[in-house]
Design a protein around this ligand. Structure first.
Ligand SMILES: [Zn+2]
Length: 260
């Protein structure tokens, strides 16, 4: 691999000839010039990989001390955990649209902002966030035009087959009791999905009764959110019921007033 090949370390800014030692500045400039004009006969120009680009950026990021403005601790300043869709459009849009900055929230992301299992990793993260990381409020944020609303499990499995996953493997998984089609299924209606997910969180046996869970849907273009579930309202009713059960007559009065 290192016989006269040229590896691009930085986009048209630095080339290194493997096995032939470091290049002098003049020679480097010549190589860059030739490469730009496609004149590097006899050499293979390898474009910088994504990982290399990120590592290059990372080096500069750390060296320049840019990280200083992101410094915070592990406890979210707003005591909030968000379960959001992993959609790339929300990467910066979501925090900016809601006025959130680094350190404000615990952010959990997956496809569709869904919870598939009461004892899966999302629910575990939320429970840990509440008991260990001072989270006292939860927000589920899905969005319009979500890829999970159009997902076709059959199509995904066909694609997997084309990419080398054998039908035998799929059958073995099915025989082992894994419902692949259901596992890959998204949702038909994002509003219903958000309401269901919020309810899932609220009614989880390990979720304390005083944690409000909200349900929001975001416009992936403008960042505008619609509130489908206002966790505070639901909390009031539920707190009232909990107090009833606990036999707190003084608080019961207040709860009844709230419910009205
Ligand atoms: Zn999505």
């Amino acid at each position: 691999m290192c016989r006269g090949y040229i590896f691009q370390r930085t986009c048209f800014s630095k080339f290194e000839m493997c096995g032939k030692g470091a290049q002098g500045g003049d020679r480097m400039r010549h190589l860059q010039s030739f490469a730009r004009r496609g004149l590097l006969f006899g050499y293979t120009v390898v474009p910088m990989s994504l990982l290399e680009q990120m590592l290059e950026h990372n080096k500069a990021f750390v060296e320049s001390g840019t990280y200083e403005r992101f410094r915070t601790d592990r406890f979210p300043d707003k005591k909030l955990a968000i379960l959001a869709c992993m959609d790339a459009r929300l990467l910066e849009l979501l925090p900016n649209a809601l006025g959130l900055k680094n350190g404000d929230v615990k952010m959990i992301k997956n496809a569709g902002a869904l919870i598939l299992h009461p004892w899966g990793s999302v629910m575990r993260s939320l429970v840990v966030a509440v008991y260990e990381l001072r989270v006292s409020e939860i927000c589920v944020i899905a969005h319009r035009d979500c890829g999970m609303s159009a997902i076709d499990p059959e199509r995904v499995l066909q694609e997997a087959h084309k990419r080398g996953i054998s039908l035998r493997t799929m059958n073995t998984l099915r025989v082992a009791g894994i419902d692949l089609d259901n596992w890959l299924r998204g949702f038909d209606n994002v509003d219903d999905s958000v309401r269901k997910t919020v309810e899932f969180i609220r009614t989880h046996p390990l979720m304390p009764k005083d944690v409000p869970a909200h349900g929001l849907v975001m416009d992936p273009l403008t960042g505008e959110v619609s509130v489908l579930v206002d966790g505070y309202k639901a909390l009031s009713k539920r707190t009232a019921k909990a107090l009833l059960k606990a036999g707190e007559p003084a608080l019961l009065e207040a709860s009844n007033a709230e419910a009205e």
